[in-house]
Write a protein that binds this ligand. Structure first.
Ligand SMILES: [Zn+2]
Length: 455
């Protein structure tokens, strides 16, 4: 069996780092509770296949070992239209500013509703598939995770700008040192239904949108996920380490430190920071420790507890960044920042889906280059969507054929030619390694591989 094929959780006991079974370890998605939940819902006769989507360029896949783009773990699902609605007629500037964003959100949800219809069917009715052992099993597919940055997370959850997708926190709650009660998809649907009772989204669109804003909603009347079986969008959206932690630290905490002690002192020596800034140091160090932990490939319950402690230390000391008479720091007296708030939810995200290492938008950012920019560059820029799809289809076929060829290669030959996938096993029944004729043929295939542009 290939080492990086995730097997069904029903065949895998939970993993612990200690013999007493007290410290559970979370890594890939099959170590989290979400997959086990889906399995418990459908029973032991069927097998769960988790679908992981990512937006930017939207893909769907079963997860592979390391999720690196060069492993072709993700496939293009669709290109979503991005329309600026520039010709939309508005009665005033408020409408002109608000309409395009809401219409864009409604368009994307309408598109996803169409695109994900087959996913809905695959979650409702099991279909037979052959596993890697050659056995036929009944399978169902569920939307299990969605990789996206904060703006897209709210777009997908049909929520307004700064609301939290994991708890019921709204803009005013984001600076609190603890989260609100957990948010559920049915809570969002209930709020939408209440607004629809007041205003018809088809005939009273502007009134509907205004009322949605009052309820911290995004103006979408029919979210694409409202009828996905057993799926709660609030549990599916992953908290992103690239934007949510690394970029957030650079944009916020690092800048607050510089504001507090001036760029000169930062360059001079950290040791000259006044006593008054010790809290700032504690907050900064706690945030960095949190970020380092979130980057690990597997985490135990003890690591998750430490992350909670780091977050607590940050909130206990964050006041040091608020602007005072002597210091710069923040220019506002609050911390109502969605990315700062999101750190409350990493623990529950990891319990459900495994280590956040697997859900960084770094993956989808890279694919954006691979399947959008490169594909567009390969066209003559006329009627380019069709050409891009043809180009991508060809690339995938070339890649798959390449993988078939690799199956015929002896291991040392693959290493010699830089194959590091580790997913293909040499099948002695298919290739006689002593047969010079066969070897010569496969070698020539490898040579031809060098001129095939594989993404
Ligand atoms: Zn929250």
């Amino acid at each position: 069996m290939p080492e990086d094929v995730l097997i069904n959780p029903k065949d895998v006991p939970l993993s612990f780092s200690d013999s007493e079974g007290l410290n559970r370890v979370y890594g890939e998605i099959n170590t989290g509770d979400a997959w086990h939940y889906y399995q418990s819902v459908i029973g032991p006769e069927e097998t769960v296949n988790p679908a992981i989507l990512a937006s930017d360029a939207t893909h769907v896949t079963n997860f592979s070992g390391d999720g690196k783009p060069n492993r072709h773990a993700f496939l293009l699902l669709c290109y979503l239209p991005v329309c600026k609605f520039g010709k939309t007629q508005s009665e005033n500037t408020t409408q002109a500013k608000t309409f395009p964003g809401c219409l864009k959100a409604r368009l994307i949800h309408a598109c996803l509703k169409i695109v994900l219809k087959t996913l809905k069917d695959a979650g409702r009715t099991a279909v037979p598939m052959v596993n890697f052992c050659g056995e036929e099993q009944m399978n169902r597919v569920f939307l299990s995770a969605w990789i996206a940055d904060k703006e897209e997370q709210n777009l997908l959850a049909a929520l307004g700008g700064n609301s939290c997708t994991t708890c019921e926190a709204e803009t005013d709650d984001l600076g609190d040192s603890s989260p609100c009660q957990p948010c559920q998809a049915k809570y969002i649907l209930k709020k939408i239904a209440q607004v629809k009772m007041k205003f018809n989204p088809s005939t009273q669109l502007w009134d509907f949108i205004k009322e949605c804003q009052n309820h911290q909603l995004g103006g979408v009347d029919e979210p694409f996920w409202d009828d996905l079986p057993y799926t709660d969008i609030c549990k599916v959206i992953c908290h992103d380490t690239l934007h949510g932690l690394h970029k957030a630290f650079k944009d916020h905490t690092a800048q607050w430190n510089i504001n507090c002690i001036t760029p000169f002192e930062i360059d001079n020596r950290i040791s000259k920071i006044s006593v008054q800034s010790r809290a700032a140091i504690r907050a900064t160090r706690a945030e960095l420790d949190f970020i380092y932990h979130a980057g690990w490939k597997s985490l135990g319950d003890d690591d998750l507890q430490r992350m909670e402690d780091f977050n607590k230390v940050f909130h206990e000391n964050k006041h040091a960044f608020v602007k005072t008479g002597q210091h710069g720091g923040r220019e506002q007296s609050h911390f109502k920042i969605p990315k700062v708030h999101a750190r409350h939810h990493y623990r529950e995200n990891i319990l459900l889906l495994g280590a956040p290492y697997n859900y960084s938008t770094e993956i989808s950012e890279h694919y954006h280059i691979e399947i959008a920019k490169k594909a567009y560059k390969a066209t003559n820029q006329k009627d380019y969507v069709k050409q891009m799809l043809v180009w991508l289809t060809r690339q995938e076929k070339i890649y798959l054929r390449d993988q078939e060829f690799d199956g015929f290669l002896p291991q040392d030959t693959k290493e010699e030619h830089g194959d590091t996938s580790g997913t293909q096993q040499v099948d002695d029944h298919m290739v006689d390694l002593e047969d010079k004729t066969e070897y010569s043929m496969t070698d020539s295939l490898v040579q031809s591989k060098k001129i095939v542009p594989v993404i």
